[in-house]
Design a protein around this ligand. Structure first.
Ligand SMILES: NC(=O)c1ccc[n+]([C@@H]2O[C@H](COP(=O)([O-])OP(=O)(O)OC[C@H]3O[C@@H](n4cnc5c(N)ncnc54)[C@H](OP(=O)(O)O)[C@@H]3O)[C@@H](O)[C@H]2O)c1
Length: 339
């Protein structure tokens, strides 16, 4: 297609990058070409008819309008500013820039206004936070959220391709009655198990980095530093979709019926009785169910939230941000062309 946007996908061979490439096609993003970038390990591979460009010094990164990054935080720290300098607007899936007050952290249905005035870099939130804030936003707008208590049930694809392989290999060995292969990705076997601490403990912290991300990012996206967030992140032997048991204490009274009404009007939310990962996988929406009064508190509700971590939790939101940048005329490359 001529006259479209030149798009780079960095981390194109990974589970998120693969989903990004298919979403760009599915959603008919107006791309003139989509160029895959990955590590030198992927040199020689071809994706969608394009040779993979290994991200090494000297690689051609000029002329991109949009760069979607999903290759990990250290790659983003090193390469995202270089793509920005070369003229691209970068949407970064890693945790590298989310805490930077100068960099917007955007969920397309929740705070698209934060894109205004961006300086070339936009951060995509952590997958567990993404689905949470889509469900929380209309409740926060209506009644204010005082405190949240969240327990996540996170799938292995949230850790990437190697973790899916680890679950499959352990499950296969276990069902055959063979010895389990030694865990490589997680500290304990994940097949037929539950690991009560998803993420890692940094510098003696008693919360994992996943838990800290949800605490920080929820407040930044909802633009309210006063929200109390108590969270336990848990890894479960599910391939795709994160689930969350969420207790919400509001500032103003809000009935379960009112919460249901608010959520049914929220773009990107689907109400179901009891959403499950198997049904939500491959879908772009956030599924919310079991909305009920918490009888232990006069202003608290409980609910169950499920969404595909590779889609809305990562790739779908990144592509939606790219679409918003195009719709709102916020791509830097086009500004400089117009100027
Ligand atoms: N999985 C999720 O649900 C999710 C959700 C939100 C955000 N994220 C974030 O997205 C990023 C990728 O996650 P993933 O789950 O897709 O991981 P993954 O399946 O392990 O894929 C990693 C990707 O990064 C590339 N890569 C690794 N080292 C590289 C290097 N030195 N230079 C260039 N490319 C390199 C890999 O290329 P090779 O194939 O060549 O090694 C691969 O394309 C992470 O920052 C993660 O935190 C993931």
């Amino acid at each position: 297609m001529s006259g479209g946007y030149r798009v780079a996908v960095v981390g194109a061979t990974g589970v998120v990058g693969t989903t990004m490439r298919s979403l760009l096609r599915e959603r008919r993003f107006p791309a003139s070409e989509v160029i895959p970038f990955a590590s030198p390990r992927s040199a020689g591979r071809e994706l969608d008819g394009q040779p993979v460009r290994p991200l090494t010094d000297g690689v051609d990164i000029d002329g991109f309008d949009v760069a979607l990054f999903s290759a990990g935080a250290s790659i983003s720290r090193e390469w995202a500013p270089r793509f920005v300098e070369a003229g691209a607007t970068v949407v970064d899936n890693s945790s590298a820039f989310r805490r930077d007050p100068e960099i917007p952290l955007v969920v397309s249905e929740v705070n698209p206004h934060a894109l205004e005035g961006h300086r070339g870099l936009i951060a995509n939130p952590n997958c567990s936070t993404m689905q949470l804030v889509v469900a929380l936003a209309p409740i926060h707008r209506e009644a204010g959220i005082e405190r949240l208590v969240v327990a996540t049930y996170q799938s292995v694809s949230g850790t990437g391709k190697k973790a899916i392989d680890e679950l499959d290999e352990q499950a296969d060995a276990s069902l055959r009655g063979a010895d389990l292969p030694a865990p490589q990705v997680y500290p304990e076997p994940i097949a037929f198990n539950v690991i009560g601490a998803a993420g890692s403990f940094a510098g003696g912290d008693d919360h994992t980095d996943e838990e800290r991300k949800m605490m920080f990012e929820t407040r930044k996206i909802l633009e309210d530093e006063s929200i109390g967030v108590s969270v336990t992140c848990v890894r479960v032997p599910v391939r795709i979709c994160h689930s969350e048991a969420v207790n919400i204490q509001t500032r103003e009274p809000l009935s379960a019926h009112e919460a249901r009404e608010l959520l049914s009007a929220m773009p990107g939310v689907v109400l179901e009785d009891v959403p499950t990962p198997l049904r939500a996988a491959g879908r772009d929406e956030v599924f919310v169910g079991r909305i009920r009064r918490d009888e232990s508190h006069p202003r608290a509700l409980s609910m169950w939230i499920v969404s595909d971590n590779l889609r809305k939790g990562a790739a779908t939101n990144a592509v939606q941000i790219a679409e918003l940048l195009v719709e709102r005329g916020l791509l830097r490359s086009r500004d400089s062309v117009a100027a």
